[in-house]
Ligand binder design. Sequence first.
Ligand code: 5GP
Ligand code: ZN
Length: 114
Amino acid sequence: MSDCLFCKIITGEIPSKKIYEDEDVFAFYDIAPQAPIHFLVVPKTHIAHVMDLKENQVELMGKMLFCAQNIAKDLGLENSGARFVFNCKESAGQTVWHIHLHVLGGRDFEWPPG
Ligand code: 5GP
Ligand code: ZN
């Protein structure tokens, strides 16, 4: 999608601190980290948010989560754990409308969230 920030990060038109890339997913550090470790995993195909997911994208979402798990382990979060988050649309505070999985770690988190 031509005017989407994360589509531009995926193509490299906008630079990012890339962690991982394959044919389906792209992972990079968040520009405004909310924890000592904060990265995002996105699908290369443009999907606006969780409410737009289609049944034929179920496997892709599993791949995103598994990618997030692998990176979290590589970054030393396996024992402590981490927060895995999808913000969806306005009430959740979604600001970039290309679906993304936040992974935050390296500190403790409150529940319920604010
Ligand atoms: P949302 O609020 O939509 O769930 O999360 C969007 C995230 O994208 C935010 O955490 C924000 O810091 C991050 N972000 C926004 N613009 C950029 C950018 O240009 N580069 C990177 N790496 N992250 C960004
Ligand atoms: Zn996009």
